[in-house]
Ligand binder design. Structure first.
Ligand code: NAD
Length: 300
């Protein structure tokens, strides 16, 4: 019988701060399949996250019984690669005053110190940030646009550079994209569509380079909308959810758990032939050319 078995494997999931986002659902699915889970939390969210975890406010129950348990929680800001990138100005920002060793390189070195060489099998990039995400492109500043690209796209490149050398052959890297990479989504701005388009392209190039150099696979998952903390900040997610329910082939919105199980599949040997793809988990919304709500509204 085919089954997803990740026992003995270790995953690093970057981009978790609560139990409402895709990163959390992915961590749960990987844990359910037997993997050890380490997380990278953005420094300003770490205190909040650890308090919520300790107080039992986060839903750690695994569907098959058992609890989601984190082997180690690290602070990581994916905007910074090396300690020299962290200027005194960065360190003075709110939420960073007491944060230390949070660059991508330092986080990877901390994992190596904690678990040794060849300690990882799965790397998940489930993060994005664009300060001007509510602004249309015509109003987006250069600074806001470049911030979106740095936090949401180059962050994957930096993570692969620093974490891939710690990963065992056959390991799996994945990043979360969105349909706005290839179609216009009004209300999703600030350079984020360009960041996702570049992310999907980098996934293909990294699939080739990390495949040849380390024997790793690199894929993107492109899910539909979810009412996560980040999506709520954009402001249009409830409208999007309703729109997907009305217009997707399966006439409902995808769940976070469906994205989690897709990630578990991509992490497993069952997906050993899959690399360089963007896999939609959106109940088929991406393939629509004409929307049913318009057809139904005009039906005789
Ligand atoms: P989320 O809020 O759960 O996750 C985003 C995470 O990014 C947060 O934990 C935040 O702390 C972290 N983060 C922000 N800036 C960071 C930085 N500089 N360094 C490290 N971490 C940083 O929200 P989510 O919606 O689950 O987002 C996860 C991924 O899914 C993102 O790539 C997002 O674009 C993608 N996605 C989301 C949706 C949606 O509708 N929610 C749809 C498609 C794709």
């Amino acid at each position: 019988m085919l089954s997803i078995d990740l026992s003995g494997k270790r995953a690093f999931v970057a981009g978790i701060a609560d139990d409402r986002g895709y990163g959390w659902a992915i961590a749960k699915a990987l844990a359910e399949a037997g993997a050890y889970i380490c997380v990278g939390v953005w420094p300003p969210m770490r205190g909040l996250f650890e308090r919520a975890l300790r107080s039992g406010r986060l839903d750690t129950r695994l569907p098959g019984g058992g609890e989601l348990y984190f082997e180690k929680v690290y602070s990581m800001d994916a905007m910074y690669d090396h300690p020299a990138d962290v200027t005194p100005e960065v360190q003075r920002q709110r939420g960073f005053e007491n944060a230390r060793n949070f660059t991508i390189h330092e986080t990877a070195m901390a994992m190596k110190r904690d678990f040794g060489e060849g300690c990882m099998d799965v790397l998940v990039h489930s993060l994005a940030n664009a300060p001007e995400v509510r602004k249309p492109l015509l109003a987006t500043t250069r600074k806001g646009y470049l911030h979106a690209i740095s936090a949401s796209t180059y962050s994957l490149v930096g993570m692969v550079q620093h974490f891939a050398p710690l990963m065992r052959m056959g390991g799996s890297i994945m990043a979360l994209s969105y349909l706005a990479a290839e179609r216009v989504v009004p209300g999703y701005g600030g350079g984020m569509p360009s960041a996702k388009a570049a992310l999907e392209n980098d996934v293909r190039v990294l699939a080739y380079e990390a495949g040849r150099e380390y024997g790793l696979r690199v894929n993107a998952i492109s899910p539909g909308p979810l009412g996560s903390r980040a999506a709520k900040a954009i402001g249009t997610v409830d409208v999007m959810l309703d729109y997907y329910r009305k217009n997707s082939p399966l006439a409902e919105a995808n769940t976070a758990d469906e994205v989690g199980s897709t990630a578990a599949f991509l992490a497993s040997n069952l997906a050993s032939g899959i690399t360089g793809v963007t896999l939609y988990v959106d109940k088929g919304y991406h393939c629509m050319g004409m929307l049913p709500e318009h057809v139904e509204a005009t039906a005789p």
